[in-house]
Design a protein around this ligand. Structure first.
Ligand SMILES: *Cc1c(COP(=O)(O)O)cnc(C)c1O
Length: 434
């Protein structure tokens, strides 16, 4: 399979090059040249299949030309060594719990898949060290750092905005050591993202070292996220639910997660429509309303992993729908909630159903509460475990919550970071000298 750039000004590349380079040379995002369809028969007995078996069929459809099946199967099985259950919350509304992986957020799936694929390509081409640069507003850094920890031939630099991620999130990527370095940037998430983008565009830096991205701009990070959309469908089938009116709500920041779902639909997954759920950083919501895309600086909210002012996968959505606002708006609706609404939903849901949402999932759930029609079945992606946002959640529900052991263990480590300016020349000098 070849991958083209959404900007259309660089040559097509194969999967290996798309994964190793992250971004196309014209700064565009890679897209698969063909979106293959999965035969309809696959859906007839999907209810009986395991997460791993479903994911392998999907992975093989996308990547089967580029990776031999035994390797691909192993990568899929190692990536998905945890369950992704669909849990009933209230009438016709289900939570797809994406927080059962090692860092308790959905990004484990993409990060674990990408780390293994990169390790495989690296070994195959016998190359020197690959340097992974990743900007994080919280969860990406922990998922990528843990996904890549001790992968031979790979060095990871996590850039995060100083003071703007939760203590638990921070502990997940600043305490690992080994091949993981955490850079504490004086600035916002957008500054971190800008530093990473500038590094990829810097000729001198790229001649000196092999750089790649593990943000959702990387095809190996974002595409595997479609596995669990298929698995959500399978679980509804297993429950004997009607399957022709499924609505999926995705709490969205950089829009990698929802883009994976949209491509899954294009491959044949019968989803009726999607909801892109935003916090106050509602650039996409405004785009749906007006047809204008106006990125702006991000605003801090209690759903901080979605505090993104310039969603990096927006160009992929435009590309997927031939730049037609009409086509986009006919499959995706939007919503936007302020912190008070997020908190209210989290609290009410906990009190009325006993289900504890995290602030991001609360946005997804609220969008179903407000938008689901009578004959529809709604699934929202519960993108992280509420304990990752312990302080915020406890304050809202006025109750203590249990911290899963996996998470508590990170807090016992020692934080080690490198302080970094948000000025690119300083960052460049640092990388040139590591
Ligand atoms: C990253 C993240 C999101 C947003 O996902 P995108 O793919 O960037 O849209 C939502 N919730 C949580 C908990 C996250 O970590």
């Amino acid at each position: 399979m070849q991958y083209y750039s959404t900007n259309g000004n660089s040559p097509k590349v194969n999967l290996q090059e798309a994964v190793v380079h992250g971004l196309a040379s014209d700064k565009g995002l890679f897209m698969p040249e063909v979106i293959p369809t999965i035969p309809k028969a696959f859906f007839n007995n999907i209810a009986e299949m395991s997460l791993q078996d479903i994911a392998y069929v999907v992975a093989n459809t996308l990547f089967g030309q580029d990776i031999e099946s035994s390797t691909l199967k192993q990568i899929v099985n190692e990536t998905l060594n945890f369950d992704i259950p669909l849990v009933h919350v209230s009438e016709n509304k289900y939570s797809l719990e994406l927080f059962h992986g090692p860092t308790l957020a959905f990004k484990d799936v993409g990060a674990r898949f990408m780390a293994r694929l990169l390790g495989y390509f690296n070994k195959k081409q016998g190359k020197s060290i690959v340097n992974v640069l990743v900007a994080t507003s919280g969860d990406t850094g922990s998922a990528v750092a843990n996904g890549f920890l001790n992968v031979p031939g790979v060095r990871v630099f996590v850039l995060y905005p100083k003071g703007k991620v939760s203590k638990i999130q921070e502990a997940q990527f600043t305490t690992l050591g080994a091949n993981i370095t955490a850079l504490e940037v004086s600035g916002t998430f957008d500054d971190c993202q800008a530093l990473v983008k500038s590094a990829f565009m810097d000729k001198e830096l790229n001649e000196k070292m092999q750089l790649t991205s593990a943000n959702s701009i990387n095809v190996a990070r974002f595409l595997p996220q479609m596995f669990y959309y298929f698995y959500a469908y399978a679980q509804l089938a297993r429950m004997g639910k009607p399957l022709d009116n499924i609505v999926i709500s995705v709490p969205s920041g950089n829009f990698g997660n929802i883009t994976a779902g949209l491509i899954g639909k294009r491959m044949g997954l019968p989803i009726k429509r999607f909801i892109a759920a935003n916090n106050r950083n509602d650039i996409f919501f405004q785009y749906l309303k007006t047809g204008e895309y106006s990125p702006r600086p991000s605003i801090a909210t209690i759903a901080n992993a979605m505090d993104v002012g310039a969603p990096s996968n927006f160009d992929r959505i435009l590309d997927l729908y031939g730049h037609s606002h009409n086509a986009i708006a006919s499959e995706i609706s939007g919503c936007t909630y302020i912190d008070e609404e997020i908190a209210e939903t989290l609290k009410d849901t906990y009190n009325n159903t006993g289900y504890l949402l995290d602030p991001h999932g609360a946005i997804g759930y609220r969008s179903l509460m407000e938008n689901l029609k009578e004959n529809e079945i709604g699934v929202f992606l519960e993108t992280a475990h509420p304990a990752k946002f312990k302080d915020v959640v406890e304050e809202i529900i006025q109750n203590k919550i249990d911290i899963p052991v996996k998470l508590a263990e990170f807090m016992n480590g020692t934080k080690t970071t490198v302080k970094m300016s948000s000025a690119f020349p300083v960052f460049k000098k640092y990388l040139m000298n590591v």
